[in-house]
Design a protein around this ligand. Sequence first.
Ligand code: GRG
Length: 408
Amino acid sequence: MVAGPASKASVSPRCSLNASRGATACARGGTASHAATPSASRIVAGLPPASAASSFFGGGRRVAERPNTRAAAVSVTPNVNQGQGGQTKAGGTEGQDVPFDLKDHMAAQGKFINAALERAVPEQYPETIHKAMRHTLLAGGKRIRPALCLAAFELVSDLSGEDKAVRESALLRKAMPTACALEMIHTMSLIHDDLPCLDNDDFRRGIPTCHKLFGEDMAILAGDALLALAFEHIASQTKDVSSERVLKVISEIGRSVGSVGLVGGQVVDIESEGKAMEPEEGLETLKYIHEHKTAILLEAAVVSGAILGGGSAEQIELLRGYARDIGLAFQVVDDILDVTMTTEQLGKTAGKDLEANKTTYPSLLGLEKSREIADELIADALGKLSSFDYTRALPLLTLAKYIVSRKS
Ligand code: GRG
């Protein structure tokens, strides 16, 4: 742990986007310092940092080394109470008492997703590119996007009465190809984001970044190949879902990735660096960046799951609203973690935003206000689930909680 108390890490709003890169006049997160980067020799040797990659689920390459993530109680959880060890006792709107253990649920989903990803990207000729594609993909991320897709699918398609084998078979045929595609797209965006021309990062998910091990040429190509495979995988591997629904999913995800999605968010991020803006404009710009770089893929994940599961138009729109809220909250929390956690805790370089003098929620509004915003967004998200069956909505309800309470 690094940073001092919240108040110390808050930064005057006036400093925001008016500060150009490298300018020192603005307060830069008070005393928030960055924890030790893992030793260069470990990275060069291809070894993970001592307490390596973040993975919520288990099952990834390094997961066993990092079982530190537990859904902790948060302040904004109508109907959902977090018990010991991550167990949720759901009072429920009808006064039911439904035990739900997010940690167990995620561990099971994580194994399920990781096995599918392993099958989707086999080692084959040409070996180098497939090794590079698998390197970051199978390094054990939290798998939030595929988990959201599967959870939304299960919420709208009633599988709750089915036994495990029937349930898993339906998920594998209908939703898992899209869940895997979302993780491929997310991973390719991380690989490209880490390149020297963008964020220039040396490690990700607790292991060296793709370009560090395979070179920039292979990292660019690995990202490109993952992006292409993602769409091919949805089109060729989804079974027993109408072509119309599959096309809708491909369109939804395509939009979320392109120039008005992830790429657009990244472009505005690059162009706003060091640009002088009034605080209000700065906050608007930051919201645009977060909504497009981060929230939009979470939205695509939830909406795709709901489309594949046959959700009604009304259900899909409610779930879209839920996803937008948790997506923005996710990035606000990411900004907070950047200044409050260590490199080892995060599995990626901590303090990058501060170092690059980037505008973030904490730098604009301070840590306390940023936490409040994240809590409010999650409360809004939970509200949008209120018309769904409570028990079946538990994975999405608790995932929302996890997003604000996560530590990596
Ligand atoms: C998508 C075509 C295309 C290009 C990419 C580089 C780029 C354009 C966009 C940057 C997107 C980016 C890296 C956004 C940050 C999103 C974010 C919060 C990542 C961290 O997600 P976690 O915490 O990570 O879920 P893990 O490792 O657990 O999966």
